[in-house]
Unconditional design. Sequence first.
Length: 461
Amino acid sequence: MKIRTRLTLKFAGIFALILALFSLVIYYFTSIYRQEDFYARILQRAKVVATYALENEQANPQTRKLNERRFYQVLPQEIVRIYDAGGKLVFARGNGDLLITPEVLTTIRNKKEEHYEQGVRQVVGILYNTPKGEFVVLASSVDAYSLKKLQHLKVILIVGFLGSLLVVLVAGWAFAKDALRPITKVVSEVEKITASDLHMRLTNAEGTDELSHLAQTFNKLLERLELAFEMQSTFVSSASHELRTPLTTMMGELEVALMKPRTPEEYQRVLSSTLDDARLLTELSNGLLQIAQASIDPSKITKDLLRIDELVWMARDQVRKRQPEAQINIDFADLPEDENRLVVKGNEALLLIAIVNVIENAIKFSPSGRSASVRMVLTKTDVELQVQDRGLGIAEDDLRHVFVPFFRAENVRSITGHGIGLPLTERILKLHQGGIIVKSRINQGTEVILTLPQAYGFIPS
């Protein structure tokens, strides 16, 4: 069932329930009021008839005349019966049988006044005292006029209910259509968005209502999808280029070497060059393997309690082994008094790879003779490693792509590298609930901030 139909039915159902309850209340209280009012009229009529029948002879002429005038103002289909103390009928008016039994007379004598119904006929019985003794007076009538009006009221309420329900259904259908128009518009706009149109955005995202919030959320999703598609495209293009270059070089050198006989020295040069290209391919393959390993389920990674300062020194030693001329300045000036705040929970091998990658990048892109610096900062809950260089910097447009595997900025393509370090570092830090931020300015240098949560609460006392 469509939402529009469901909304219409719910709206009509609620309105129908309220209208039905309202109609029932009106009919019920009208019926009760009619019944009580007619009982009061019958009671008054019983007293008038009793006065005329039992006391009119002793009254003065003026009172007798008044009693006679009241006596002849009869009710519709009126029946009146008067019984003495012995149960003998002493007065009767009107045709019909009220089914009066001794038990009925006894009940009226005990209660002094009794009201009851016989079908559509209403009966009132009273105990009437006179100087001659006690008499039981029963008066009955049919409120034909009011019952007919009540029946008309029932018809009016039923017809009004059905008519109102029809109007509510039509109005509810129109209301649901108007209420769902923004959603229909969103669906229509979403259906137009394809993989090649991810730059498109939903309109009506500027408001503060729920639909505007939905449009804003979907637009953010489209931004992430657009960036993901762009990163994927960049990854495929860059990976193809990086893998094709050494393979093309190897094939070219081998084909040239096989064109004619060569001296041992020339063969040795070709083999050495081919070996260098093979090593380059190995590095690329290892980088891709490490990225894949860093993308696995975090629950499958073994984590231990590690001191971040020790990891930094280990990373420095590894970088110095690979690049003996590198100058790395480490600033531990803000070491806390409680050394447990330096402890993080993670996988030593992966965290070491992440820190080494960032430091090696800082050294690689720094001008000759310039150094990279590593500064450790403690926040309330995290440990930050701030790695800075004074190198070429990264353009603002390229910063959004630095975490795409194989992406390399335009101004550093002449420097040896594969564009794997930062993407790998980012994935390693995500596995450890950490983060990475890259800040850079052209010709002023780059700062990479690594953030890891402190494991203070996990340290055994």
